[in-house]
Write a protein that binds this ligand. Structure first.
Ligand code: SAM
Length: 291
């Protein structure tokens, strides 16, 4: 955005709103009015009521420039949460970096399943492929007596998860390390959770643009059939689960049968499948050695 074009844009909140809504509409963005409002709210700190009741209110130049930069990125196809660098999950705010998957609402099914499964919280949780730390940290918020370890192959992501633990006041109970699945984990846990990459490689180019271009490939790519990460994790699952412990895995909408079969191949058993709000199989509960 050049200075000339910035100067031509209204300095009032109402005028700016109309201008950016038009830009988003012209770029074919879904819900242009909604996205325009979110950007204005985020960058000015003012809510929708002010936009409606005080359209003549002036927006400081620094805020206006920030808003126009955000709109430019939105028009180029960047998702809003990536532009803001954070996303809500389980009612909490998680920062995300360039190598971090944006937490998705479907993954809350895994948190719900864990809370349903454990009447009394497990003493410790292992989260494999922790990303922003959203699953582990949400569970630690719910279970104040519990501790957890998150593992991710991306060091940038581990740093983001640590920062999230800090901002949520959970640093004393959450540890994050960089490593491949449970390779460097020598202890056992009552609960293992994981939302591993599970998209079959040849499906990735067909995903929505905002996913295939902006979510990190390490978080998506599940190998030829989408099951590579499950194979590696199932291989050592028994070693890391306490007797009577449980593992909860997020799965793709069409992977229920393959995951149940795969678990059996690795001497584990699928005990229950949890469905998301759309009724799709989303989480599989697995045990080892105590069928
Ligand atoms: C689908 S994302 C899930 C992130 C987060 N748990 C969530 O639900 O939003 C999968 C995560 O696994 C990580 N990952 C990929 N390969 C890995 C490996 N070999 N070992 C550990 N983590 C890995 C990715 O970096 C990514 O953060």
């Amino acid at each position: 955005m050049t200075n000339d074009s910035t100067e031509a844009v209204s300095d009032t909140i109402g005028g700016l709103y109309k201008h950016i809504r038009g830009l988003l509409l012209g770029a074919g963005i879904d819900n242009p009015a909604f996205e325009a409002r979110l950007v204005i709210e985020k960058r000015t700190g003012l809510d929708q009521a002010v936009l409606i009741s005080e359209p003549g209110r002036l927006v400081p130049i620094a805020q206006k420039n920030r808003i126009l930069d955000d709109i430019e990125r939105l028009r180029r196809g960047e998702p809003l949460h990536r532009i803001f660098g954070e996303r809500e999950f389980w009612g909490l705010t998680f920062a995300i970096g360039t190598e971090t998957l944006e937490p998705r609402p479907d993954t809350e099914t895994l948190v719900e399943a864990a809370l349903k499964l454990f009447g009394a919280p497990p003493s410790a949780i292992l989260d494999l492929g922790t990303g922003s730390g959203c699953i582990l940290l949400s569970l630690l918020k719910e279970w104040p007596s519990c501790e957890g370890l998150g593992v991710d192959l991306s060091y940038e992501t581990v740093k983001v998860a640590r920062a999230n633990a800090q901002s949520l006041g959970l640093s004393s109970r959450a540890r994050f390390i960089c490593g491949s699945w449970a390779d460097a984990v020598g202890t056992r846990f009552g609960l293992i959770v994981s939302n591993p990459p599970y998209i079959a490689r040849d499906v990735i180019p067909t995903l929505e643009r905002c996913v295939r271009e902006h979510d990190p490939i390490l978080a998506l790519d599940g190998g030829e059939d989408g099951l590579d990460a499950y194979r590696k994790i199932f291989f050592s699952l028994e070693r890391n689960l306490l007797p009577g412990g449980r593992a909860l895995f997020e799965i793709g909408f069409d992977q229920e049968e393959s995951i149940v079969r795969l678990a059996e191949k690795y001497r584990c058993s699928a005990r229950c499948v949890y469905r998301d709000l759309a009724g799709r199989a989303r989480v599989v509960e697995i045990s080892c050695g105590d069928k």
